[in-house]
Design a protein around this ligand. Structure first.
Ligand SMILES: Nc1ncnc2c1ncn2[C@@H]1O[C@H](COP(=O)(O)OP(=O)(O)OP(=O)(O)O)[C@@H](O)[C@H]1O
Ligand SMILES: CC(C)(CO)[C@@H](O)C(=O)NCCC(=O)O
Ligand SMILES: [K+]
Length: 257
């Protein structure tokens, strides 16, 4: 079975793929210091607890944090006796090459989102991913990543507000009842929630205008369902899009090996 790993700047998600579906998904914080042995103890404990007897013999990794890749390679080698595919490395091929400026290192999570979304929907898409950053990945008619937009993440913006202003507390993002807040927390929640609804709507409209064609908007990431409550932002929400993209890239590399 395949172990697919998506390391973001905040969280790392592990999923086990049996060729047809994900049999399990677990999440941990991203820490580059974590060793292969630590990953394995954590993973094997969760597998045991859930009675999962998967024999992992392949691994694929997307990491926005280059330093974590070393220990994940050791994990693959020491415990699963395989060489991992690492998205963005020359030996990991993508179905369609990105069309970006020479020398640009596109975030592997964005490339993987592009592949996953194209596999499900075909071309002319925008993937909006609410992670550490809020990213917009534009997929051309042929499935290529053709560029996008990087905005500060929702939780990052809330944290920056709290850090920079002595009287502003830490708050969690949620949909406020009204736009006009009558207390500090409600004012901050409104600014973030309706601010991001406007940001997503505005950027997607401008992308459509710039591309001059209809485009489907796919939302992903933990906060996509929450923001979908604010406006008709997305044609679809797919929380497993990055993981799906990883399985597609793995299959593509196996078939074209
Ligand atoms: N209402 C909410 N308020 C705050 N956080 C939420 C809420 N709903 C979901 N989340 C968070 O969203 C996160 C999942 O998002 P996702 O995996 O897309 O990005 P991330 O892990 O924050 O970022 P990255 O992938 O860049 O590491 C989880 O940490 C989850 O706690
Ligand atoms: C933008 C993030 C942080 C989103 O996870 C990641 O994709 C990244 O580090 N990207 C590198 C730069 C780029 O994508 O163009
Ligand atoms: K992510």
């Amino acid at each position: 079975m395949l172990l697919a790993i998506d390391c973001g700047n905040t969280n790392t998600v592990f999923s086990i793929w049996d060729g047809e579906c994900f049999v399990a998904t677990w999440r941990t914080s991203t820490e580059w210091q974590r060793t292969a042995d630590q990953y394995y103890v954590w993973l094997s404990t969760l597998m045991k607890m859930q009675g999962i007897e998967a024999r992992i013999d392949a691994m694929i990794v997307s990491s926005t944090v280059p330093r974590v890749v070393f220990n994940l390679r050791v994990l693959a080698d020491r415990y699963f006796n395989c060489r991992p595919l690492v998205v963005g490395k020359p030996d990991c091929r993508l179905p369609v090459a990105p069309r970006v400026d020479a020398g640009t290192q596109v975030g592997p999570d964005r490339l993987v989102n592009t592949v996953g979304a194209w596999d499900r929907h075909g071309g002319d898409l925008v993937v909006v991913d609410f992670g550490t950053a809020t990213t917009f990945d534009v997929v051309g008619h042929d499935g290529a990543y053709v560029g996008g937009v990087i905005s500060p993440g929702v939780n990052l913006s809330l944290e920056a507000l709290h850090q920079a202003a002595a009287a502003l507390p830490h708050v969690d993002v949620s949909k406020p009842e009204k736009v006009i807040g009558t207390n500090t927390v409600a004012c901050m929640q409104s600014g973030i929630f309706w601010g991001y609804v406007g940001l997503v709507r505005g950027i997607c409209d401008r992308i459509r205008t710039e591309r001059d064609r209809p485009m489907r908007i796919i939302g992903t990431g933990g906060l996509a369902p929450l923001f979908a409550q604010g406006d008709m932002l997305f044609d679809d929400i797919e929380e497993d899009l990055t993981m799906h993209g990883l399985t597609v890239i793995h299959r593509y590399n196996k078939e074209t090996a």
